[in-house]
Design a binder for this molecule. Structure first.
Ligand code: GMT
Length: 379
């Protein structure tokens, strides 16, 4: 199939999932066209069957804000027409699905019929809580998509709750390529951060408020108080970083907390980690937790959104109420207190992650693509 993937090219989970999906589809022989405003972070190099179409936004003095959606729409029309795409897969309702709808209508006028699938990643839904003015556009885009998918049952339920829609939503969970996580524990790399054999506790996010990174510090401090020898690795960057750095200084823990910044690949860090913390306010899925599990790292997380669909309490990690740092620290201690316990959780983590291996999820998307093309052509 010839598929256009419309995505945000940044470090966010939706961009990562969309890019990895495209790479895997290309490997299976599909022709993939990524359409976005810059080269996706995870698209390290162009490979066979992969094409990148940049949506270039130039400033025009008349516009105070560049109309990205219109530029994207024109690009979609162009790419669908000249690359003879059969389907568009939009990650995020706005502006991607709404631009795809507009492109679909323009192309229809020229006798070209293109279906589009919209995958909801969560923040499109939370956004409405923040700014209800988006609601009509998101509702309309969801209604008009040929097929809509959500990355978890929880997100599907939230979508029905927040939007006045009654159409089907398919749940296709996020995935990881398990084989990429089979790295040897790199002793030299581990020693760099844990020279005295300390445990490595890790958190990865974009340091937005919703991630509650401050709770990560609270849990870590409590773990130290319980006598666990550990270092904390913080991967990512974002609006909360300054406050976090200040807290580390105030607590006198700068020698135990390492800010690694944003990394293109987190696999090496996860490969040397012993425990992963994700105390978010909400997560529609929690891709970072799944990546940790794939690297055999048990997860301490909040019991919110789609996280319980990814992490099984008492098996691959532990879940606590949002903000209950005391409980999270107790759970972290439970896992790290003995070698046997840690190794049991590590095994379970890998087993949990194997439910989400790309080989299991990719065929679900392929089947939906075939269905979308068939449904659209019979309309
Ligand atoms: O969590 C973020 O800040 C990034 C955001 C995004 O839009 O990329 O992540 C969302 O989509 C990911 C991929 O489906 C999910 O794993 C994350 O849970 C979800 N984030 C939230 O729901 C807060």
């Amino acid at each position: 199939m010839k598929i256009g993937i419309v995505l945000y090219p940044t470090f966010g989970g939706s961009g990562v999932v969309a890019t990895e999906l495209g790479k895997a589809l290309a490997k299976k022989g599909h022709e993939i066209h990524f359409i976005t405003y810059s080269l996706p972070v995870r698209l390290d190099r162009l490979r066979e069957n992969i094409f990148f179409h940049e949506v270039s936004i130039s400033d025009y003095p008349l516009f105070e804000h560049t109309p990205y959606e219109q530029v994207l729409t024109s690009k979609l029309v162009d790419v669908v027409k000249y690359e003879r795409l059969e389907l568009l897969h939009c990650h995020y309702a706005i502006p991607h699905a709404s631009a795809a709808y507009m492109a679909q209508q323009i192309l229809k006028d020229e006798g070209i019929h293109i279906p589009f699938i919209t995958t909801l990643h969560g923040t499109d839904i939370t956004l409405v809580g923040k700014d209800p003015s988006f609601e009509p556009v998101i509702t309309f885009s969801i209604k008009k998509s040929t097929i809509v998918t959500a990355v978890s049952e929880s997100l599907k339920a939230d979508t029905y709750e927040h939007f006045n829609i009654n159409r089907d939503i398919e749940v296709v969970p996020n995935f990881i390529k398990l084989s990429e996580y089979e790295l040897e524990n790199n002793i030299k790399y581990k020693e760099r951060y844990a020279p005295e054999g300390e445990f490595l506790v890790t958190h990865i996010s974009n340091f937005r408020k919703v991630k509650r990174v401050h709770d990560v510090l609270e849990v870590f401090r409590r773990l130290l108080d319980k006598g666990i020898k550990a270092k904390l690795l913080l991967v990512g960057d974002g609006p909360e970083r300054n406050i976090l750095e200040r807290t580390c200084r105030e607590w006198g823990l700068c020698d135990k907390i390492v800010f690694l910044g944003s990394l293109k690949s987190t696999i090496e860090v996860l490969a040397i980690s012993d425990l992963f913390l994700l105390p978010s306010e909400t997560e529609s899925f929690g891709l970072a937790a799944l990546e940790a599990l794939a690297a055999k790292v048990p997860v301490i997380a909040s019991n919110t959104g789609g996280i319980p669909e990814v992490v099984t309490h008492g098996f691959s990690g532990y879940l606590s109420d949002v903000g209950d740092v005391e409980d999270m620290a107790n759970n972290a201690y439970e896992i790290l207190k003995s070698k046997e316990e840690l190794s049991k959780f590590k095994k379970h983590a890998y087993k949990e992650a194997s439910r989400f291996d790309i080989d299991k999820i990719l065929p679900l998307y392929e089947a939906l693509y075939v269905k979308a093309i068939a449904d659209h052509s019979s309309r």
